[in-house]
Design a protein around this ligand. Structure first.
Ligand SMILES: C[S@@+](CC[C@H](N)C(=O)[O-])C[C@H]1O[C@@H](n2cnc3c(N)ncnc32)[C@H](O)[C@@H]1O
Length: 280
């Protein structure tokens, strides 16, 4: 194939991808139109082959006429990789720098946006319990994907991940014994129900849904990386609308407010872990 052929093929692929995301938006209301193109294409091709097809055009026809096929594509498009105390230094800095601020609040509303299967939510609940703050917290954990939320609600995770989770917990400054938080049964770890007592899990789409409360802390880690710059900016506006004055935004190492329209609304609490405080 010549360089010109390659270019034409790539252009066609982009047109088909745009037609697919537009069709999904019009028909199902899920808006992937501003997701970043390279990762979108990779995931779409995976689904094309898994459905036994050979073109994106074929997938357009299939997902628009078969909602089960749409559900499968939805699972491919929402990357759900997560872990307990993922990037432990984030939790360490949160404990050191944010927890003392939260101690001065009588009541704390927290939003985990894009919580996936909930490991991040249970990790933060453990941290807040250890710091004696959990009782005054009301936690909202949301994701676009209903299937991952069902797993999150169950609080049951594979036992095989507990070794990694335990070392993350220790590196995150955990001051108890991690295995006290769950009961091992067969291949699963069943987490203490008290950890989700103050948690509401709900479906929420960061692209199409509005702000639903005002929060003192918003976490959104490893989600915005899948969005293009314009969409990242829109979602940052949504967080700002949902943020109390002096509220904390926790993005983690991979994301930043730096090149978005909200940059001057926040001060840095921790530059490396991208913990910000709303000051304007
Ligand atoms: C890689 S996981 C990150 C999970 C967790 N925050 C962490 O850092 O470990 C990304 C999550 O974002 C969710 N997501 C993707 N697009 C979304 C959207 N438009 N609205 C809400 N959640 C979305 C996916 O379903 C997925 O569960």
């Amino acid at each position: 194939m010549t360089a010109l052929d390659e270019e034409a093929k790539s252009e066609l692929e982009e047109i088909e991808t745009r037609l697919l995301t537009e069709g999904i938006y019009q028909h199902y209301g899920f808006d992937f139109r501003d997701y970043s193109m390279p990762s979108l294409r990779r995931r779409i091709w995976k689904r094309v082959f898994a459905e036994g097809l050979s073109t994106i055009a074929g997938l357009i026809e299939k997902v628009l006429h078969d909602s089960k096929s749409m559900e499968r594509l939805l699972l491919d498009l929402s990357i759900n990789t997560t872990a307990m105390f993922r990037d432990p230094t984030f939790y360490l800095r949160f404990r050191e720098k944010v927890v003392p601020m939260l101690r001065t609040y009588p009541f704390v509303r927290i939003w985990h946006a894009g919580c996936s299967t909930g490991e991040e939510v249970y990790s933060m609940a453990i941290l807040l319990q250890e710091e004696g703050l959990y009782e005054r917290c009301r936690i909202y954990a949301t994701d676009i994907n209903e299937a991952v939320l069902q797993k999150a609600k169950s609080g049951i995770f594979p036992l095989s991940t507990m070794q990694e989770n335990t070392s993350n917990y220790i590196a995150a400054g955990g001051n108890g014994t991690f295995s006290d938080y769950y009961t091992a049964r067969y291949d699963y770890a069943i987490f203490r129900p008290s950890l989700r007592e103050n948690v509401v899990f709900a479906q929420h789409n960061l692209v199409t849904d509005a702000s639903f409360n005002l929060f003192n802390v918003i976490f959104c880690r490893n989600v915005l990386i899948y969005f293009n710059n314009a969409l990242q900016d829109r979602v940052q506006q949504l967080f700002l609308q949902s943020m109390e004055m002096f509220g904390i935004l926790g993005l983690g190492k991979k994301e930043s407010v730096r090149y978005t329209g909200v940059a001057n609304q926040y001060d840095e609490v921790d530059a490396e872990e991208r913990l910000y405080r709303r000051v304007r």
